[in-house]
Design a protein around this ligand. Structure first.
Ligand SMILES: O=P(O)(O)O[C@H]1O[C@H](CO)[C@@H](O)[C@H]1O
Ligand SMILES: O=c1cc[nH]c(=O)[nH]1
Length: 236
């Protein structure tokens, strides 16, 4: 047990996938895991543990945003001993060449959040992915013929910005797209010495305004999941 999860001690595997959407966690467990068992239902933030290609693995919903995700990431590491954490999420694209349904492998994550100002004051920390996980994820995506972009992303505290065009400053500096959790994941992974990666599927486009349905975001994007599972378990 932890403050926000009712999984038993040792019930969560050392490798865990982290979707924001708890229903995506359920879909991942039902679609990809052998013998999945639900390990958490506190607050409806579903989590499951099973195996994939014979290796133990878990999936845990985190909710939306760094405040929520940070709670689960902290407890998975400190209360359940998780060592490899791979976020599998959706994002908006900032760039013409990054299309809806493409993958983004987040090498680093900028943020507009105050989370790291609280930690570091006026100094800036650069939240980055684990290189071994990133490299293997890219290789797996290439082998599967998936369109995958590697680079910087934005982890925002805000989904609906007052100034819609504010994304352009990030696009100008090569940032590929926007989501809401990776900077917190990478920062906590660095603090506690564990491995982390964020694999994203582009669900909508800030330039073309193309978007996917909520159902598609919950139950498809399976390429992303296979890349995350293979990269995490082959390098664990
Ligand atoms: O699809 P998930 O993993 O929830 O990720 C993205 O979707 C949510 C916003 O719609 C935020 O959590 C953002 O990071
Ligand atoms: O955080 C997110 C997730 C998907 N699409 C966006 O525009 N932002």
């Amino acid at each position: 047990m932890s403050l926000h999860m009712n999984a038993a001690e040792n019930q969560i595997a050392p490798t865990v996938l982290l979707p924001g959407d708890p229903r995506r966690a359920q879909h991942i467990a039902q679609t990809f895991f052998t013998d999945p068992v639900q390990h958490n239902d506190v607050r409806g933030m579903l989590g499951f543990t099973g195996s994939y290609k014979g290796k133990p693995v878990s999936v845990q919903g985190t909710g939306m945003g760094m405040a929520s995700a940070g709670i689960y990431i902290y407890e998975l590491i400190n209360d359940y001993g998780c060592q490899t954490l791979v976020r599998v999420g959706t994002c908006g694209s900032y760039r013409e060449d990054v299309q809806v349904r493409d993958l983004i492998l987040a090498q680093a994550a900028c943020t507009d959040s105050n989370i790291n100002n609280i930690r570091f004051g006026a100094k800036n920390f650069a939240p980055i992915a684990d290189f071994g996980l990133l490299l293997r994820a890219y290789q797996v995506a290439q082998a599967r013929g998936l369109r995958a972009h590697v680079g910087n992303i934005m982890s925002s505290d805000t989904f609906y910005h007052d100034d819609f065009d504010q994304y352009k400053i990030w696009a100008e500096f090569g940032v590929l797209g926007v989501e809401m959790e990776a900077a917190q994941l990478y920062t906590l992974a660095a603090k506690f010495g564990v491995r982390a990666l964020t694999v994203l599927t582009v669900s909508d486009h800030l330039i073309t305004h193309e978007e996917t349905t909520a159902e598609e975001r919950q139950t498809s994007f399976n390429g992303m999941i296979e890349v995350a599972l293979d990269a995490a378990l082959e390098t664990a």
